[in-house]
Each structure stands twice: as C-alpha cells, then as structure tokens.
Design a protein around this ligand. Structure first.
Ligand code: NDP
Length: 324
C-alpha cells in the first residue's frame, strides 16, 4: 500500500510518499481500507514536531472506509462495515490501509458517504464538544469564534447559531467572512484588518461575550480575554498561529473572574459511550442536512505536502481531504 510517513520533523517537504506492506490487525484492532483521509491542523503539529513522537511516524488521525479484517476480541465492527474514526492514538490515516482500535470506530449511516464522514469526524465532534460540553452555549449567549471559515470554524458557527447564540466570527478575508455568515454568524470581523476586540465591544454595546472559542492562540489570546464579559470563558482549543507564552493567572481575576480551559477532543470522547453519542449526533445532523460539511479541497494522497502548504498558508476553507 501507499502511505505518507515523516522521517524527520520539518516543513511539508518531509511528508514522504512510500510503499509499505499492509499491516495485520492484532487483538482489538480492525484493518480499515481507507477511502478518504481528513487533513487537520494537528497533522501540522505532528509533522513539525510541536507535538513530538518517535520517528519514522505515520501521518493522519482521521479517515473513513471499509473494515477489511479484524483481530481477536473485536465485537464493535465486522468485515465489510463502512466506518469512520478520528483518533490521535492511531496515526496512519494518510495511507491505503490502516489499523484502528475497534473501540474508536463508528459505523456509518447509509446517507453519509466516506468523503463526508472523513470530513466530519474530527472537526465535527470537536465543534460538538466545544458548544455542548466545554462551554455549553445557551440561547441568548454571545460568542466569538476565531478562524470561523476553517474546518472546525464553519461547523462551530452552525452549531452555535442552532443553540440560539449570537455569533461573532473572525476571519482573514472578506470571502471567508461571507462563508462564516452563510454558516450562521451574525457578523464577520476581518481580524487581519480590524481590531477584533474593539469590534466585539462595539457589537455587544461594551458588554463583552460569554465565551470565546479560540484556536488561533498566540496572535489572539490576550484580546480574546479582553472580549469576555465578567465570568466569561476562554476556550483555547488550538494554536494555529503558535502557542501562548507563559501566562500569569492573576490576569484572570483582574479581567473579570474569567475561566480558561485548554481542552482536547480525546478527553471529550473518553468512553465508547461518549464517542458514539457525539459521533451519532454529528452524523444524524449531516443525514438530516441540518449540518453542512464544506469540502473545499481534495488531493491525491501523493500530494499531501501541497495539502499541508495550503492549510498552513490560510488558503483553505472548511475541510481538506486526501484520497488514497
Ligand atoms: P483550520 O481549517 O481552522 O485552519 C486554520 C485556520 O487558522 C486558517 O485557515 C486561518 O484562518 C487561521 N489562522 C490564524 N492564524 C494563522 C496562522 N498564523 N497560520 C495558519 N493559520 C492561521 O484548521 P482545523 O479546523 O483543522 O483546526 C483549527 C484549530 O483547531 C487548530 O488550531 C487545531 O489544532 C485546533 N483543533 C483542536 C482540537 C481540540 O480538541 N483541541 C480538535 C480539532 C482542531 P484565517 O485565514 O481566517 O485566519
């Protein structure tokens, strides 16, 4: 099979397209023939070594396809099942086949094709836990969503609007602002041209918002805190512009008894029950067309480096896929 591996951390050029043998499933594992792999910003951290791991490293943590074989003690899926998954503990989705712990696989409803599923699992469940669990949005809340035309961003806008929140979306271009507004945002703020803190205060009559969903981090963190109403929540769930430098917790009291959390999807899909609940909720909404998945770019597996260049270069909107 073909697969993408990295032998050293670095830029997109370290993504090597290689011939590897198809692995055999061990106990508790399923062998999945991948039909589409999701490209996620976390793959960039794995490639650069920001999230370090032993080398060589298989790439990709999200995919959809068909179960081709199962190891001993697998009860969750059967050969022939259409499945999808997102799991950082089993890298290897950028490949023709991959091994996944069966407990992390979700069987797909017939209305959801493999490409849509590969686009929905990681970013969909992330948006889901952010608005339902990390800070559960209530009707009438106001929120800021950074990078709102991105993969997680467009899904967050839709879910936040469905829950009755006022949504202020930050993006880097007018086209991205239009996409975020089509996804439900009440206002788009071009944070590369406008001061988003000033805009959010203007749009909320100086009151601030109950929550900021911040995946940009270094460039936005300080002003995100300043956008919050007293006792507001900063949900810092990514770091697309780089990590936040060391932070003095006293700022949280000075700025209004604020809450700060740094969540990850793994901890919000800890049990199989929670994983299935979230995944089924997302897939049900897609089947009912109440959640729209935007796939903006699809690359052959061999062009994984170009997919990374575009994602890091802020050229993409919604989801990017690799097709083995
Ligand atoms: P996106 O599609 O959102 O792409 C990243 C976006 O970030 C860009 O399109 C860009 O939007 C914005 N951005 C702002 N500054 C920069 C910069 N300096 N370099 C590159 N991009 C920048 O990616 P994903 O949807 O895959 O992920 C979004 C974020 O969410 C990532 O930080 C990721 O790590 C995080 N994440 C966290 C999870 C968790 O559970 N904690 C799970 C899933 C994702 P614009 O041009 O509009 O500024």
């Amino acid at each position: 099979m073909k697969a993408i591996r990295v032998h050293q951390f670095g830029g997109p050029e370290v993504l090597k397209f290689e011939e590897l043998s198809i692995p055999q499933p061990g106990p508790g594992q399923a062998l999945v023939k991948i039909e589409a792999s999701g490209v996620n910003f976390i793959d960039v951290y794995h490639r650069t070594g920001l999230y370090s791991s032993p080398l060589p490293r298989l790439m990709g943590v999200e995919g959809a396809g068909v179960v081709e074989a199962v190891g001993a003690d697998v009860a969750e899926v059967q050969v022939g099942d259409r499945v999808a998954y997102a799991f950082t503990g089993a890298p290897g989705a950028y490949a023709g086949h991959t091994l996944v712990p069966a407990v992390r696989l979700v069987t797909l409803p017939s209305a959801v094709d493999s490409r849509t599923a590969a686009a929905a699992m990681l970013q969909g469940m992330t948006a889901h836990y952010l608005v339902h669990s990390a800070y559960p949005l209530k009707k009438g809340d106001a929120c800021v969503i950074h990078a709102a035309a991105g993969g997680v961003g467009l899904l967050l806008c839709q879910m936040a609007k469905q829950l009755g929140a006022r949504v202020f979306a930050t993006v880097s271009t007018e086209d991205k602002a239009r996409l975020a507004q089509e996804a439900g945002a009440d206002a788009g703020i071009c944070y590369t041209e406008q001061d988003f803190e000033t805009e959010v205060k203007r749009l909320t009559d100086g009151q601030g918002v109950q929550v900021v969903y911040d995946s940009v981090a270094k460039d936005t963190f300080e002003k995100s805190l300043n956008c919050l109403a007293p006792r507001g929540y900063l949900v810092l769930y990514g770091q697309s512009s780089g990590p936040v430098p060391p932070f003095d917790l006293n700022h949280l009291s000075a700025k209004g008894s604020l809450f700060l959390t740094r969540p990850t999807l793994t901890h919000y899909t800890r049990t199989r029950e929670e994983l299935l609940e979230r995944a089924h909720d997302v897939l049900k909404q897609i089947s009912a067309s109440t959640l729209k998945i935007r796939i903006s770019a699809t690359f052959p597996l061999a062009e994984a480096a170009e997919a990374h260049r575009q994602l890091e270069g802020r050229k993409t909107t919604g989801k990017v896929l690799l097709i083995p």
